[in-house]
Structures are given as C-alpha cells and as structure tokens.
Design a binder for this molecule. Structure first.
Ligand code: 13P
Ligand code: SF4
Length: 338
C-alpha cells in the first residue's frame, strides 16, 4: 500500500480528536509499519480481525476481517490461519479462541476490558441461577467466557430481537446490559411478544452518555437529520431514533439512504470515522464518544505483537469453560439461522 492510497481513504475523516487527524505526512509515517505488518502476517500465517470501533487506519490497511461482533464471530468459524491477532477487546478475542481452540489468539491493545463484560462476576451469575432455576439464561456476547459457560445462549446487537422471539421459554434472565434489556423488552412488546425478562445492572460507559436532549438539540440544528443509535443506548434515545441496530446494521442503513443525508450516529466514534471515509456524500455530525478499550489497539502494538508474539497477551481458556461457552455461542448461531 502507498501513502497516497491510504491518504485517499482517510482524508475525508474530519478531525474529531487527535486520534482521527490524518494528513499525508501522518499516512507516510504509517506506511513502513503497515508494510512490515503485512509481511509478518504472511510469514506467520496470521490474520488480523478488527472491530469497527478501532482506529480506521487499522481497518483500511492491515485488517483481514472487520465488522460488528456477530460478523466477526461468523468470520472466526471460517479461517485457516495459525495465528489470529484480534484488534478489539478481550471478550471478542475469547469468542475467536472458543471457536478455534487450537489456534493462537493474541490481543495487541493493553486495555483489554469492556465495561459490560467486566460488570458481572461468576458468583453473581451463580446467584442468579439459584434465584431463577427455571429461566432461560441469555447473555450478551459482551461477556467473558466464564459467564457464557453459565448461559444457554448468547446474543449480539444484530440478532438479539430474533433470538429472544425464538426462545420458547417466556421466562428469561438477560445479562449484563440493562439498557439493551429494556430496549429488547420494548421491541418485543411492539411485536406482541410477552416475556418476563430479569435484567442485571451492567451498562456500556460509551453508549450510556447519549441522551434524548442531545437528539432534540441536534434535530433543531439540522433539518432532515437521521438519528441512528446502538441498542446499548438508553431507551429514551432508542425511542427518538430513526433506526436502532448493531454497528453492521447501521452501516447498511446508511448505505441504503439517499445521498447527502445528514446523520447523527449515537455509538462509538470509530464508526463515525469509518462512515466519513466510506460515504463522503453524507454528512456525519458531532457526538464523539470513545471506547478507550477499543482505541488502545494501534498499528504499533499490532506490529509489536507480530514481532514478539511470545510477549503478547495470548487468550487461554480452561477446557471445561471452553466446551460450555462454545455450546452457548453455537446456540446463538443456531437461533440466528432460524
Ligand atoms: P456490535 O455487535 O454492534 O459490533 O457491538 C459491539 C459493541 O461492543 C458495542 O459497544
Ligand atoms: Fe464494551 Fe462499550 Fe467498549 Fe463496546 S463500546 S467494547 S460495550 S465498553
């Protein structure tokens, strides 16, 4: 790849932060790293996965697979590589490892957490099982392998409504995102599906920041504004949005919209940057809420991971946990295919 090619990809991204401030010079500085990463990937038979929230130069230069958490999980079932570099957060790397127990999965970013995955402990889910022995346990994919191992099925933001609709039991415990849980309850009610859903109290620190007042303000300033939000946002935000969906579904919605539509994206700012790059005919306004965990991945720590894989964080999961967590993920694939 040349600096010119990379610059063409990135030049329409408006600097919302120092992390998204691209110049021709910045692109020229990245090229030696990018070329070394591409070379090391070949030598090591490695592939790079990148979630849409990581910095766009990773997605456009070195990633082999990108997208939302469901797409990345599906992609992880189809690879032949020996080594997976997962530029995202730990729980996503764990999902790849559960699906590929004999491959090495390495996480380059030093901040591997997620406020949702970190919100619930094994003791807490065991306690919920004691209280609700007859409920079906559903977890968001943003959970650790240990939590998945204690649940019947996991869901992502792209399939949560379909999977809830297909679950026969009308008593469900959903962990850990209580805002997504409330959004699901509201959607199911709209469809005439009545379920008793027990919620936990986790939430995403990036998405909980958005509120209905912000939407009203931006609508007044921007006639014709389309507001699209992630289901991890507050139900009041979902109610005022034109569309609610996973990051992948948001991209699809924008792609299918008429040219020159102004958009307010209520999700992590990496998606906003991607859209500014990929769909420069639209206007993407303001609201930048950043996930420090996703943004801790960089070209330099990906390169470091490939140069010294023995020093990188390698995902290891106990066999008994891996087997149970895989059942939970396989159940998602099964329900999502119905
Ligand atoms: P998606 O499934 O939409 O990619 O969401 C993952 C996530 O972490 C959102 O905060
Ligand atoms: Fe977790 Fe929120 Fe970051 Fe997604 S945006 S990885 S839910 S902290």
């Amino acid at each position: 790849m040349t600096a010119q090619e990379l610059y063409q990809r990135l030049k329409t991204i408006q600097p919302g932060s120092v992390l998204c401030n691209y110049s021709m010079e910045a692109c020229e500085n990245m090229i030696p790293m990018i070329n070394e990463i591409i070379e090391l990937k070949k030598q090591q038979n490695a592939v790079i996965f990148a979630h849409s929230y990581v910095s766009p130069e990773i997605i456009y230069s070195v990633a082999d697979f990108d997208g939302d958490s469901f797409k990345l999980s599906q992609d992880a079932t189809k690879i032949n590589a020996d080594r997976i570099i997962f530029a995202a957060v730990r729980f996503m790397g764990e999902t790849a490892k559960i699906l590929n127990p004999h491959k090495q999965v390495l996480i380059p970013g030093p901040l591997t957490g997620c406020s949702l995955a970190d919100s619930i402990t094994v003791n807490q889910i065991e306690e919920l099982h004691r209280i609700y022995p007859n409920h079906t346990f559903v977890c968001y994919i943003n959970t650790t392998a240990e939590i998945k191992a204690q649940c019947d099925v996991c869901v992502t933001s792209s399939n949560v409504i379909d999977i809830f609709s297909h679950i026969e039991n009308d008593k469900i415990v959903f962990v850990p995102d209580h805002l997504m849980g409330q959004n699901v309850q509201a959607e199911l009610e709209k469809k005439g599906i009545h379920k008793e859903i027990v919620l936990f109290d986790g939430c995403c620190y990036v998405h909980e920041q958005y509120d209905p007042e912000m939407i009203r303000f931006f609508r007044e300033q921007n006639p014709g504004l389309k507001v699209i939000s992630h289901p991890e946002c507050h139900p009041g935000v979902a109610l005022l949005s034109d569309f609610v969906g996973s990051t992948g579904q948001m991209v699809q919605y924008i792609r299918n919209s008429p040219k020159h539509t102004p958009f307010l994206l209520l999700t992590e700012c990496g998606l906003n940057a991607r859209m500014q790059s990929e769909m420069p005919d639209h206007t993407f306004i303001g609201s930048c809420s950043m996930c420090k965990y996703m943004k801790s991945n960089s070209l330099s720590n990906i390169l470091e991971t490939l140069r010294h894989p023995e020093k990188a964080l390698s995902i290891e999961i106990e066999d008994s946990v891996q087997i149970k967590a895989k059942k939970c993920i396989d159940a998602m694939f099964h329900y999502a295919s119905l």
